[in-house]
Write a protein that binds this ligand. Sequence first.
Ligand SMILES: Cc1cc2nc3c(=O)[nH]c(=O)nc-3n(C[C@H](O)[C@H](O)[C@H](O)COP(=O)(O)OP(=O)(O)OC[C@H]3O[C@@H](n4cnc5c(N)ncnc54)[C@H](O)[C@@H]3O)c2cc1C
Length: 407
Amino acid sequence: MPLIKRQIAVVGGGLAGWSAAVGFAKAGFDTILLAPASTSDRRSTALIGPSVDFLAGLGLAEGLREAGQPLVVMRLIDDTGRLLRAPTVEFHASEIDLDAFGQNVMNADLLRMLNEIGETLSDRLTVVEEGLVSIATDADGVTIETATHEIRAGLAVGADGRNSPVRTHAGIGVRKWSYPQSAIVLNFAHDRDHDSISTEFHTRTGPFTQVPLPGRRSSLVWVEEPKVADLLADVSLSRLSRMVEDRMHSILGAVEVEEGVQCFPLSGAAAERMTAERIALVGEAAHVFPPIGAQGLNLGLRDAADLIEVAGRHRDDPGCPAMLRDYEAKRRVDVVSRTAAVDLLNRSLLTEFLPVQAIRSLGLGLLARGSMLRRFVMKEGVTPGSSLRRSPRRTPPDDAPLDPLVP
Ligand SMILES: Cc1cc2nc3c(=O)[nH]c(=O)nc-3n(C[C@H](O)[C@H](O)[C@H](O)COP(=O)(O)OP(=O)(O)OC[C@H]3O[C@@H](n4cnc5c(N)ncnc54)[C@H](O)[C@@H]3O)c2cc1C
């Protein structure tokens, strides 16, 4: 079996893995990516500001502009029909001096762009379309076997998703939980312009979120009880189109749902640690979110950006204990706070307990009015920790640096 030696071995060719691999190669590390073929993904991702900056730094600025749709206004509508309802809240990117909060882009387009950039980096990035079969670490490095290769590296990046074999090997425990909900995910065409507005209806069964795509198209994540979601996934497209239009109170006019409706049971997971000897986790290998508040991949990209930045400070020996300590410390607060916030938001929608509804209404009431809290929440939503530093700049440059998270 041929032995391949590299500084970094990224395991997993999802969006987090590809972004990390391209980022490491761009930052000058000899990198290998294990990316077994995957099924096509019809979801889109709402990339928030720093994710767009990070991907621009990888060379995707033009591609994102062409394939993505700017998110200029985010609107939250309480559609629970409860006694205590929250007022409608609209956040405008201009309120925090941004042109847009981010870009909504099809996952398949994002993966294609990362593949294309990867091809231009072939002197520093080797892609093997095989999965990891075994992994062993020692104080000096990590040895990985695939069906036909043996790989030796200083650091293994576990980007191998929610059931991460790398995490299991490393003995990192994981806390998993599920929600009594499933998400129907689909794309649809509509009669009226969306004006770059994303609208999230908060319903008794969970959020119903429309996110604009280029043209008169949008994506939808519709959270329902699992039984209802299963039924919805099976109804005819014309009937589903009418149901979507109804749920949206026709704000985008007539709706035409496209082929490829998918259903995802909602769950969450959090790894106990993000590192082990010569191993660092990124993306869903470290944390799984329900698709609420567009957090999952955005957090995964922040993992990748931070890991690359930290490795740059330990260039002589990426994967050494000091580097892994720095990475663990850098990611902990972001991951823990986002996990708790998304969980709280989702559970507050489901509860029938009046005081919780009151607190949620009060909170959104404060956000609906111009207030310090409103500005703080918007800035933190886009760039975590930024409110405690200084204002984000208005337009990300085409070739933003690889560490956009440090303004
Ligand atoms: C309905 C829905 C909507 C979402 N919307 C958003 C959104 O708007 N914004 C947002 O930020 N996030 C969103 N998310 C979350 C986001 O999709 C995920 O966080 C993201 O796709 C996870 O990427 P990943 O690369 O970590 O994992 P994955 O995409 O699961 O990739 C893991 C990869 O590892 C590979 N792998 C597994 N085992 C091995 C092995 N042994 N060897 C090598 N490779 C292996 C797999 O083949 C796979 O390609 C959404 C999620 C859902 C379900």
